[in-house]
Design a protein around this ligand. Structure first.
Ligand SMILES: Nc1nc2c(c(=O)[nH]1)N[C@H]1C(S)=C(S)[C@@H](COP(=O)(O)O)O[C@H]1N2
Ligand SMILES: [Mo]
Length: 303
């Protein structure tokens, strides 16, 4: 099989063949048609593995969406009951233009792009997903972030009648998540509306879910109905459920183990019989893009 090198490179590293790639594609680690086999420094080597997206069937049948059950195949079986149209998102808190925004009105203003991202669950399985979506920053700019805002809180839809898993107190429903404002505004942070050019399946968080590729998967909250700008660190579902095991930041970090298992390696989905664990990359391979956000922070304490 031909190797397809991914170019997680800075503008200065762009070769003539790939000069047509725009900034966003480069940031997203897309380098689809470019083969670069030589001249990589050791530092670049870790990010140059081929990003071969997982199959559609794997992505839509192996899910975590506890509102529809805790089994990996429960969301695919149960999430068809979720009504995703009509859909609106409340944007409130420290914004200039708070309100209930209809999804259609949001999408009319956003630019949908494809982003092929690594996705690493805290449970140590991983996949590569070709998302379609827009930058969260564009949505936040649409609402107008006030200068006093420091964090962004997110909430998943909560409809017990459509969500059989919410009958069990596995988590404190609704599912909530949060980011620091600079993380939320980072160009890698995506609001996904599709996979493989098709609308997001319900089990993957239709009609719109967050994707933060350098953080453990649980930060990527599904079926978002509320986004609140705030000046204090928002509560997050997994941190509330077990604060010793799940911190607010939850950046992918192979050197900080989960209290009950190692995070040094991961199991890529879809490998079948030949599935082999591979090393987990710092910030899930996005170190170059996001390390500066955490400069001076002790990542062991701020896990
Ligand atoms: N509302 C909600 N969002 C959620 C979850 C959930 O249970 N409920 N699971 C999280 C976890 S643990 C992971 S790994 C990813 C899984 O996304 P996927 O099923 O699309 O792969 O969604 C995250 N977002
Ligand atoms: Mo996860």
């Amino acid at each position: 099989m031909a190797k397809r090198w991914i170019n997680d490179l800075t503008q200065a590293d762009v070769t003539p063949e790939s000069a047509f790639l725009n900034r966003r594609q480069i940031l997203a680690g897309l380098g689809a048609s470019t083969v670069i086999g030589a001249g990589f420094s050791a530092g670049q080597a870790q990010a140059q593995e081929a990003l071969k997206p997982n199959d559609w069937d794997d992505i839509i049948n192996y899910c975590n969406y506890y509102e529809f059950g805790t089994g990996k195949d429960d969301p695919a079986k149960n999430a068809h009951t979720l009504t995703t149209d009509p859909w609106s998102v409340k944007i409130d808190g420290m914004v200039e233009r708070p309100g209930d925004y209809a999804l259609g009105d949001i999408l009319a203003k956003m630019t949908i792009e494809e982003r092929i991202y690594r996705f690493r669950c805290v449970e140590a399985w991983s996949m590569v997903v070709p998302w379609n979506g827009f930058e969260l920053a564009d949505l936040l700019e649409m609402a107008g972030v006030k200068p006093e805002a420091k964090y962004v809180a997110f909430e998943t839809v909560y409809r017990p009648e459509e969500m059989p898993g919410t009958r069990y107190p596995v988590l404190d429903w609704p599912y909530v998540e949060g980011l620091r404002l600079d993380e939320a505004m980072h160009p890698l942070t995506l609001m996904a509306t599709g996979i493989y050019g098709k609308p997001l399946p319900n089990q993957n968080g239709a009609p719109m879910r967050l994707v933060v590729p350098w953080k453990y998967g649980f930060k990527s909250i599904k079926s978002v109905v509320r986004i609140t700008l705030t000046d204090s660190e928002p509560p997050t579902s997994w941190n509330k459920a077990n604060g010793r095991e799940y911190g607010f930041y939850s950046n992918v970090n192979p050197t900080v183990d989960h209290p009950r298992w190692s995070q040094a390696t991961e199991r890529p989905l879809g490998g079948g019989l030949f599935a082999r664990r591979k090393p987990t990359l710092m910030f899930n391979g996005y170190e170059k893009e996001v390390a500066a956000l955490y400069e001076g922070m002790d990542l062991t304490k701020n896990f």
